[in-house]
Write a new protein. Structure first.
Ligand code: DUC
Ligand code: ZN
Ligand code: ZN
Length: 467
């Protein structure tokens, strides 16, 4: 006897679309076919799509962001928002602060998450202080413990690594079989531009985008690729914003290098003009993220790259701050210059509806590409496969039921997050997750969050399936 049967839906994986039932027992898929037999509970999925739950492999939750700044989501509200957006697993970051042991930072993030999450979660490491102990002992031990990916930054005073340090981290990743995610924006170019803009009195949030033009992203992307080639590892370039970085990635692929890439909803839906707000007022801060949104030509390039396989993953880069809050986007320091506006926007709940509506419904990508870009490839890239990321016998029953024709206007209320705004307010989408199930348990249904804090579990990850 099954615990649960999902009957009559259209099941989509990264490979196939089929009309069949899904049988679930003890949180896992155990049967898949025309008729899966008796079950204690049945969900009628007629007219619905049965998709692997979204895996968002790039979210920030409860992450230290400066002494006077507070991130708007911890693990409870952030994963509630994830569930409301059709996601069953998220991978946030454990940030090492300089001088801190990496192991201690991982333990600190576990403490933040304990008993809070509604969906399953894992951690990428952010390495900011690659000391001999971190490189020689901590990273190798943490990779063995299931933290098989780490992010490095090429910008930000508190996070930036030198080229030498990047090479050293890359070398450890090679030796340990870990995947490095790179934030590719050049530190000195940004600093130079920001100083010059401030001297000219150009301090409104809009100038955040001027201070980080595409070419600083292009230059850093090229440099990261060169370092990866020198060491002989694949890398993942995260949050790619536009055509200049895409050209570098395509160039590298043409040379036979395994350079992976991720993009995010903001690079499809927003442009630098959004940062102007109303007449260059502070409301532009709602759209300040890094890299910044670009222009129409770059949006077009991002769509093409999603279609032709340049991007493996589509993530939210959910990095939420409140707008009307002294600890958020409009704090006293942020009002003095774009330089101090916290970088990041919420998006974990909006990611899937945006790509479904703008991508699948508008005929730009197939349903199978949607599943690959939002779930399967995340699982393969970050070592969650073959446990998560698809619907198949033996996999966790992480499933989202979608009404492909439901028309919805995105509003703050629908996001269920801790931020006080969504950058996508008013966007009309077609297609909506009507039920989200984590290991067979419904955590969101018909607009209501039903999951409980602590229902989500930590998942130790294996090596990337892509290296
Ligand atoms: N990088 C991210 O990955 N997220 C938000 C801000 C940033 O710089
Ligand atoms: Zn980043
Ligand atoms: Zn991010």
């Amino acid at each position: 006897m099954l615990d649960l049967a999902i009957r009559g839906g259209t099941v989509v994986t990264a490979a196939d679309v089929s009309r069949c039932d899904v049988g679930i027992r003890e949180g896992r898929v155990v049967a898949f076919g025309e008729a899966v037999g008796e079950a204690v509970e049945t969900i009628d999925a007629a007219g619905l799509l049965v998709l692997p739950g979204g895996i968002d492999s790039h979210v920030h939750l409860d992450q230290y962001s400066g002494d006077d700044v507070v991130m708007a989501d911890g693990f409870e509200t952030g994963t509630r928002s994830a569930a409301a957006g059709g996601n069953t697993c998220v991978i946030p970051f454990a940030l090492q602060r300089r001088g801190e042991s990496l192991r201690a930072s991982v333990e600190a993030y576990h403490a933040k998450a304990k008993g809070k999450a509604l969906v399953d979660y894992s951690f990428h490491l952010i390495v900011t202080d690659p000391s001999p102990a971190v490189l020689g002992q901590e990273l190798p031990a943490l990779v063995k413990d299931g933290y098989t990916s780490f992010k490095v930054f090429m910008t930000y005073d508190d996070l930036v690594l030198s080229d030498r340090q990047l090479l050293e981290v890359f070398d450890v990743a090679r030796a340990e079989g870990a995947l490095v995610m790179v934030h590719a924006e050049g530190y000195d170019g940004i600093k130079f531009m920001a100083d010059r803009l401030e001297r000219r009195g150009e301090t409104a949030p809009f100038f955040h985008s001027t201070s980080r033009p595409e070419l600083v992203e292009r230059e850093a992307t090229h440099r990261a690729i060169a370092h990866a080639e020198l060491i002989g590892i694949p890398i993942m370039i995260v949050h790619v914003s536009g055509r200049e970085a895409i050209e570098q990635i395509e160039w590298a692929r043409g040379r036979g290098l395994r350079i992976y890439a991720e993009t995010c909803p903001q690079y499809l839906m927003l442009t630098a003009d959004d940062l102007k707000g109303l007449n260059m007022d502070m409301s532009g801060a709602k759209y300040v993220c890094s890299p910044p949104p670009r222009d129409q030509a770059s949006q077009d390039a991002v769509w093409r790259a999603l279609q032709n396989g340049v991007f493996q993953t589509f993530s939210s880069d959910h990095c939420p701050f409140r707008y009307d809050d002294p600890a958020g986007k409009t704090g006293p320091k942020a009002r003095t210059s774009f330089r101090w506006v916290p970088n990041g926007i919420p998006g974990v709940a909006a990611r899937l509806p945006i790509l479904f509506s703008e991508g699948v419904k508008k005929g730009r990508i197939s349903l199978q590409q949607f599943v690959a870009l939002t779930a399967t490839n995340h699982a393969k890239m970050y070592g969650l496969y073959p446990k998560k990321g698809s619907i198949a016998v033996g996999y966790d029953a992480d499933i989202a039921l979608w009404d492909p024709d439901k028309a919805v206007t995105l509003t703050q209320d629908l996001m269920h997050h801790g931020s006080d705004y969504t950058p996508y307010e008013g966007l009309e989408v077609t297609g909506w997750p009507v039920r989200t199930m984590v290991r067979g348990h419904t955590v969101f249904v018909d607009g209501a969050v039903t999951g409980e804090a602590g229902g989500g579990s930590f998942v130790a990850r294996g090596p990337s399936g892509m290296i």
